[in-house]
Design a protein. Sequence first.
Length: 299
Amino acid sequence: MSFTNFFRIIRESFTNLSRNRVLTITSIFTVFLTLVLIGVFGLFLLNLSYNASSLDELLEVKIFIVTEADIDTINAFNERLVLDSRIATIEYVSKEEAFESTKELFDEDLLDLGLGADFLPASFVVTLNNYDDVDYFVAEVREMPEVYKVVYHKDSFNFTSNYSKWIRMISGVLGAILAFLAVLLISNTIRLTVYSRNDEVVIMKFIGATESRIKIPFVIEGGLIGCIGAIISFIVTGLVYSKLYSAFASTSGEEMFLTGLRMAPLKETLLMIFFGYMVLGVLLGVLGSLMAIRRHLKV
């Protein structure tokens, strides 16, 4: 096929799409909805995977010991933790280690007040075997006289564990339904185009046009519908993700609803969304066209 014929087919495909504007716009909109829903589902899984290490840390419980506790009290508390079968790992953070970590976060001049490390509490970072035990464990530890404070990411883990499964299932079902509708609408658009150009197709057959020469414009039309829908989907999804990324990055850890979680890098994620949408959009469009041609192009 020459370049002249190729560009003629492309121009012919755009002309045919404009003849059936209503169905074309409806097909593009359905592709848009399908890809956006699949994109939301994919972004959720991507960020969930990106935060895999952070999610593991949600099982951690930080126990701060009262500042006046002596070494014997700390050792006795450590022995109690070792004997607790609910605990998987135990990490002890001394006052000195806490002080050094604090100096890395804040200006050393601010800490250089001659207090040393004594004003900071020693702490234990424990990881539990089962998250179901966290609430009971924390309630018990908080009642101990040597404990000053207990910190753990309850809200973050509850949100992730309770809603991630439902989000996956609902997004998957709706994505499959919309994908089917997208293929069906694109197929109907191409089918009406075939009907409206039936005489033209017959003439092309009589003058010796091959089967592939007749089918190619319809396949290109479906691919164009999918491509346009993919571009619109990328623009909308990209803008929303960029806004969320900026808001998430500028919010302090204490104010975040999902404390301790991070969003996947912006540039890499947008690039992934673009290529994913283009592949899926064109695939949906071409599949819809092939269905229409196989069923209705009989001359």
